[in-house]
Design a protein around this ligand. Structure first.
Ligand SMILES: Cc1cc2nc3c(=O)[nH]c(=O)nc-3n(C[C@H](O)[C@H](O)[C@H](O)COP(=O)(O)OP(=O)(O)OC[C@H]3O[C@@H](n4cnc5c(N)ncnc54)[C@H](O)[C@@H]3O)c2cc1C
Length: 416
């Protein structure tokens, strides 16, 4: 409780003090909403860096893939290798359509892309950054940079934070500090379980003769599998200078994040380049086009890829399909539907990467995103052991958690 002079008399300021640790997507969305919802709180964002929302700024290749068209909670949760089950309830309260409405109602025009991703019409992440800054600041949020939180302790009905050498009391604390070993250790010292962090959303390094000079070639739909790892993943694949990328690979990296880490990123990946065709259908199509058709000229796949995948079978570029014996036909089908590549390492997908691991989800009450062990303490965004595949799902996790935290604090502070 602070006593301050106001309107000529001494007034008692009953505002509850809220500290938001981290000025990223989750921190700002929480602050902006809470500022709009309640006049009974004094909100401070404590950001250790020199600027706010730095990841939002670089996100989606500078365009910010803010969310996705997928809005049905049961469908939406399928995009979360970790945390999907826990997000089902929260998505019934605040999901992708709410995010779109939120930004559009505050002046950011959004557009859908063919694959369901949503971006600002301007293709400029600055629109999202400026909107969040404006809404927070116009609602009285104190936004402070160069303020690293170095200790966090429960104290009476609230918490004491050590910031820039000073100890400050807050009634509520929101952990919106992203993935950080420093903060993980601090949180773990409070007796809160942390799942060890690991990278998710990465590309696969592969040096294979069949991929030579193919960088830039993509195939719209393949099926990718890794023995003993996870479900098969399908979607577009892109051949890069380092190996493989594209949605099918990124999904596999996310769903297989833990197993792939335990293999030190050395494993065999199998690719079905033509999942829509059975082996028999491929053979029938070869035969249907006549015995004289040169094998290298079929258009099942981009031509150079087709030719290089079939190198073990097409020994002579002028070979016709009539010259294939049964064993060669079987090898041809296997080279297309079951082609195996040795992966040796991973690389960063520059458009978006994320960390699996963080606060163990059993520590959380997902009705409010509050920590079960510490009433008044909340967590949202990448600090949680929740991560999504590419497509705007990681931001959606941050927006949903942050919104529900704001709502709960506003209710507890007495204004809703
Ligand atoms: C290159 C890139 C592109 C991406 N693109 C997309 C995309 O287009 N769509 C999408 O959905 N997701 C995208 N993501 C993922 C998305 O950016 C994250 O999931 C999201 O930013 C997480 O938000 P957050 O607020 O939890 O954490 P952050 O954005 O990481 O914010 C946490 C903040 O807390 C601060 N902090 C940490 N410790 C302390 C401390 N002790 N004291 C004070 N401050 C502290 C940090 O400095 C940081 O500013 C991308 C990620 C990357 C790396």
């Amino acid at each position: 409780m602070v006593i301050k002079e106001g309107r000529g008399i001494f007034a008692i300021d009953m505002k509850k003090k809220v500290a938001i640790i981290g000025g990223g997507a989750a921190g700002f969305f929480c602050a902006a909403n809470l500022g709009e919802m309640s006049e009974d709180v004094e909100i401070t964002i404590l950001e250790q860096g020199k600027e706010f929302l730095s990841k939002v700024r670089v996100s989606g290749g500078g365009r910010c893939n803010v969310t996705n068209v997928c809005d049905e909670p049961r469908e939406l949760i399928k995009n979360y290798p970790r945390g999907g089950r826990e997000l089902l309830g929260p998505f019934h309260k605040f999901a992708t359509a709410d995010t779109r409405w939120w930004f559009e109602a505050r002046g950011v025009a959004l557009k859908e892309e063919e694959d369901g991703r949503i971006f600002p019409v301007s293709d400029d992440s600055a629109d999202i950054v400026n909107c969040l800054l404006k809404v927070a600041k116009s609602n009285g949020v104190r936004c402070l940079t160069h303020q690293k939180v170095t200790s966090l302790k429960p104290a009476g009905s609230g918490f004491k934070l050590q910031v820039s050498g000073e100890e400050v009391f807050f009634d509520f604390v929101v952990l919106a500090c992203g993935s950080s070993k420093y903060m993980n250790d601090m949180i773990s010292d409070l007796g809160i379980d942390i799942v060890p962090p690991l990278p998710s959303l990465f590309t696969f390094n592969c040096k294979d003769r069949r991929l030579r000079d193919l960088a830039g070639i993509s195939v719209p739909n393949v099926e990718v599998s890794i023995e003993g790892v996870t479900d098969d993943q399908s979607g577009p694949i892109l051949i890069t200078h380092q190996g493989f990328s594209g949605p099918a690979i990124l999904k596999m990296s996310a769903f297989g994040a833990r197993s792939l880490a335990s293999s030190s990123y050395k494993f065999e990946v199998k690719i079905d380049w033509l999942p829509a065709w059975s082996g028999d259908q491929i053979i029938s199509r070869l035969r249907a086009e006549g015995k004289r058709k040169v094998l290298g000229k079929y258009d099942f796949l981009p031509n150079r890829l087709w030719v290089q995948l079939l190198e073990p079978v097409i020994t002579d570029p002028e070979m016709t399909n009539a010259s294939l014996n049964k064993t060669q036909l079987e090898s041809l089908v296997s080279a297309l539907k079951n082609s195996s590549f040795s992966i040796n390492g991973k690389a960063t997908f520059k458009e978006e990467f994320v960390t699996a691991g963080g606060i163990d989800l059993r520590e959380m009450d997902f009705r409010t995103f509050g920590l079960r062990k510490y009433p008044g303490m909340y967590a949202a965004g990448e600090i949680l052991d929740i991560d999504g595949v590419t497509g705007g799902f990681n931001f959606q996790n941050a927006w949903t958690g942050a919104y529900l935290i704001a709502k709960d604090i506003a209710e507890k502070a007495g204004s809703i």
